[in-house]
Ligand binder design. Structure first.
Ligand code: NAI
Length: 248
């Protein structure tokens, strides 16, 4: 039996990067996959094509995770289409880096809304269904930057630290109903988000990583599979780093 057989997994911001790897790994493990992204581009459509090859149910939804009502409607539609939700992965995230001295209110608000408010929006929308079925796993993608901070990323670090506080609180609220909530703190993962960084900055990061390389999106997705599966049935309120030892 595959690890996520008969489970329905929802993942936000999945057209590319870590979200895409999560959708693909979940499908490989037998999950039915509902994914969202902000637009139906080439990546979005090709993900749907690839998921379909796994003999599972898969559907993509255009939905902005930072919008409260839109997120509620997205989750309601997924329940109509799939019948239930077992695993929610709050993955959608962006960066708008600047030193605090130059950071605008717009950069602050955008990052907090997309990275942190989205987690509130989606978790609030699924909790009713998970409480009723007395099971569920919510997995929030934070960052090592949320734990340790990073110069030039005060907005991003605040959003990712906020996710950790939210995760631990939700774990305490929902644990008695067998709904688990955990966070993953990836380190430097090779995706479009990190591709845009200058080569010397990337080299500097690698130097600080005990494993001397960036991580692959699939290496984050493997932890999502574990936390979403029944193998993690007694794990809640935790932050698991996937960072090649960068944060100990
Ligand atoms: P990415 O930029 O490659 O992909 C992000 C996806 O989210 C894109 O498909 C984008 O269209 C979508 N998205 C953006 N705003 C959205 C919104 N409002 N609603 C729905 N979808 C939206 O990023 P990556 O690297 O795959 O990151 C995924 C998550 O992992 C993010 O939360 C990020 O902060 C986190 N992370 C990434 C790390 C890295 O090194 N790449 C390290 C630590 C955390």
């Amino acid at each position: 039996m595959k690890l996520l057989e008969n489970k329905v997994l929802v993942v936000t911001g999945a057209a590319r990067g870590i979200g895409r790897a999560i959708a693909m790994r979940a499908a490989q493990e037998g999950a039915n996959v509902a994914f969202s992204d902000i637009k139906e581009d080439e990546n979005f459509l090709s993900l749907l094509d690839e998921l379909m090859k796994y003999n599972i149910n898969a559907k993509g939804y255009v939905s902005d995770a930072s919008k409260h009502n839109e997120s509620q409607q997205f989750i309601e539609q997924v329940v109509k289409d799939f019948g239930k939700i077992d695993i929610l992965v709050n993955n959608a995230g962006i960066t708008r880096d600047a030193l605090l001295m130059r950071m605008t209110e717009e950069q602050w608000d955008l990052v907090i809304n997309v990275n942190l408010k989205s987690v509130f929006n989606l978790t609030k929308a699924v909790q009713m269904y998970m409480l009723k079925q007395k099971s569920g796993s919510i997995i929030n993608i934070s960052s090592v930057v949320g734990v340790g901070g990073n110069a030039g990323q005060a907005n991003y670090a605040a959003s990712k630290a906020g996710i950790i506080g939210f995760t631990k609180s939700v774990a305490k609220e929902l644990g008695s109903r067998n709904v688990r909530c955990n966070a993953i703190a990836p380190g430097f993962i090779e995706t479009d988000m990190t591709k845009s960084l200058p080569e010397d900055i990337v080299k500097g990061w690698y130097e600080k990583i005990p494993m001397k390389r960036g991580g692959l999106p699939e290496e984050v997705a493997n932890v999502v599979v574990f936390l979403g599966s029944d193998l993690a049935s007694y794990i809640t309120g935790q932050v698991i780093s996937v960072c090649g030892g960068m944060q100990m």
